[in-house]
Write a protein that binds this ligand. Sequence first.
Ligand SMILES: [Cu+2]
Length: 210
Amino acid sequence: MWQRIVRWTAMLLPALACIGSPQATTLVATVIGPDGAPVPQVVIHAMPVSGKLPATPPKAAQMDQVDKEFVPFVQPVQMGAAVTFPNKDNIRHHVYSFSPAKTFELKLYSGTSAKPVVFDKPGPVTLGCNIHDWMVGHLYVVEGPWFTKTGKDGKGGIDLPPGEYLVKVWHPWLKDEPAPVRVKAEPTGDLQAAFRIVLTRPPATTHDKR
Ligand SMILES: [Cu+2]
């Protein structure tokens, strides 16, 4: 009899431990255009409704220059992140930004820029190159660790601890910012958020490479 109770308890305990611990729920955000086609390179950002953010340190990031283009075209980073700008071309670039969230310049260089640039204010940062006018890239600095960007399928996933969040999207060519979607992450179950956006491509410059 006792043996049986002990055996059952041993089997039940791990299951109970799983139920008791707070587990992350994966939020899957889907972004489509007016024609229903998936939109890639859209930043997805979840902010807790409480405003309380964890003390998760930002991850370092990098924005490459490849074949006279910024790669990737759009990159979200957490506020406080140190970003390097490796030049993978065999010519020199001169990277700069005049954006209010971060004004900086990395004078003519090849290879890896000497020092990473720390992005300490939230918001969009438009990158350009003084030598190659068509080179445009975008960093989007967000508060907190809960962000991603959509892939070719227009989907992006974020693991969220239980709680309520406002989910927003961003893209440099966004015509109108869609209303944030409010979601409630529970210990179990899936979360979805859907956005329909319109992108307006800025007119190409006379130096446009394509
Ligand atoms: Cu350049």
